[in-house]
Design a protein around this ligand. Structure first.
Ligand code: SF4
Ligand code: SF4
Length: 443
């Protein structure tokens, strides 16, 4: 197989990064890389997808990594997995000697180990420059499910039509399932025995970086978890406040203690993001120096500053994100060539252990197993988004009334652009098509 053949298969099967921003995976298959890094850090509390997938399908995942390494002519493949995931480590070790380019890197149980920039530093000792992508330092990073999706694409020509995700929190039986893409949050929660909280709130993604969603919101190619909490749980309240109130609170009580900056993982690696300086500038309305505002572009939204560090319960991440999005809307590009400071010598003493993070977030009672099952889920209907990835959305190729089967192409990638096709996730009839999504009802 050559690189173009592999790129075509990965694109035609609609594979995007199965988590995070959903970068189209075909665009990452680049011969400039000299290292492939498998991200099995899975550092958000309560999420149990990637470790279980690598534990269940080690050969499939590792053989696909070796295939990609051969096609890209990459020298080495490193499987980054937390030492604490013992069963996963043992499963990977069983097959390690079969694959000449693969090695294991055992990671510490700290947050945010799964952030690509942190992972690359921890495994390779390289710092990705601010505003750059991992390829800049010769690395391409994939998560476990993405590689498993590539395995299914290469070996079975199977497109992405379902998503592995953990359903946990205040539910009867936490579980990890393979859900049809487009299935509603409230229907998925029933698979975990239903919510145990009287007035539940739903978070899509992890407690640190996920967002509060409505019960009718639907699963996409990047959904790693549905978490259920009582609606007055601190994690929910922290995510829900309005930014104008957050700003007023910051004006009243930011004491410039610098804890947010001291624990900011990007700052500790030398990136020019200093949340306390941003808070000072934003709350005082000082615009003489633009650096604190422009530096918001270098925030990875890990949430440590507001969910863990700030003793005043303020929301630097939320305010930084508001500014960052405003700069993007105005078309201001990410500053390039910004000098990198040396890695802070205190960095290793400023990392956040997972156990302490889980306790601080009030999640200890929810931190239980969520066993993986791949039983077929009988969804009554799905609303499949046309844009579940970075880049241009897909263009519908089906019409109202069409009958589709799982895996059928329902929207094609936009030609000449970074884009991916979308496939049906259940058998049924196309009931509605609009600019955003395609509704399919089972029959
Ligand atoms: S940790 Fe909180 S109080 Fe301290 S500087 Fe940062 S935002 Fe202000
Ligand atoms: S969310 Fe906060 S701690 Fe995380 S990178 Fe951004 S500023 Fe730093």
């Amino acid at each position: 197989m050559d690189i173009q053949e592999l790129r075509d298969i990965v694109r035609e099967c609609g594979i995007a990064g199965a988590g995070g921003a959903g970068f189209p995976s075909y665009a990452k298959l680049d011969q400039k890389a000299d290292t492939i890094l498998l991200n099995c850090a899975e550092c958000e509390p309560l999420l149990k997808v990637h470790r279980q997938l690598l534990q269940k399908y080690p050969y499939e995942i590792m053989s696909t990594l070796q295939l990609i390494a051969d096609v890209l002519e990459v020298k080495e493949v490193i499987i980054g997995v937390k030492e604490a995931y013992e069963k996963t480590v043992n499963a990977a070790r069983t097959y390690l000697s079969f694959f000449s380019k693969l090695s294991l890197s055992l990671l510490k149980e700290i947050y945010p180990m799964g952030d690509e920039v942190q992972l690359i530093y921890e495994t390779l000792g390289k710092v990705v420059p601010p505003g750059s992508i991992p390829l800049e330092v010769g690395v391409v990073v994939f998560n476990v499910e993405t590689i498993y999706n590539i395995y299914c694409a290469v070996n079975q020509k199977a497109p992405v039509s379902a998503k592995y995700l953990t359903i946990a929190g205040a539910v009867k039986n936490p579980i990890t399932v393979l859900a049809p893409i487009g299935m509603a949050v409230e229907d998925l929660v029933e698979l975990a025995g239903g919510a145990t909280a009287g007035e539940p709130a739903y978070i899509m993604g992890g407690p640190m970086t996920g967002e509060v969603v409505a019960p009718y919101d639907t699963v996409t190619k990047t959904t790693n978890a549905i978490l259920v909490f009582p609606k007055n749980h601190p994690v929910v309240l922290q995510k829900q406040g309005s930014t104008s109130i957050d700003m007023k609170k910051a004006m009243a009580s930011c004491c410039q203690c610098e804890m947010c900056t001291d624990l900011c993982p990007r700052n500790q690696l030398g990136h020019p993001i200093t949340p306390h300086l941003f808070m000072r500038a934003a709350t005082s309305g000082t615009t003489q120096k633009l650096d604190p505002f422009l530096s918001t572009m270098f925030c990875c939204s890990c949430g440590l500053c507001e969910m863990y560090a700030c003793p005043q319960g303020l929301a630097p991440r939320k305010l930084i994100t508001e500014y960052k999005n405003g700069l993007r809307r105005k078309g201001i590009p990410i500053p390039k060539g910004v000098p990198l400071k040396p890695v802070n010598q205190m960095r290793e003493y400023r990392t956040v252990p997972m156990e302490r993070l889980i306790s601080r977030l009030g999640l200890s009672e929810y931190n239980v197993d969520a066993p993986l099952t791949e039983e077929t889920i009988p969804a009554k209907q799905v609303r499949i988004k046309l844009n579940m990835h970075i880049g241009a959305g897909a263009v519908p190729v089906v019409h109202k009334g069409d009958i589709v089967q799982p895996g059928d192409l329902i929207a094609k990638a936009e030609e000449g652009k970074l884009s991916l096709p979308v496939h049906a996730s259940i058998a049924g009839e196309v009931l509605e098509i609009n600019d955003m999504e395609i509704l399919v009802r089972a029959r």
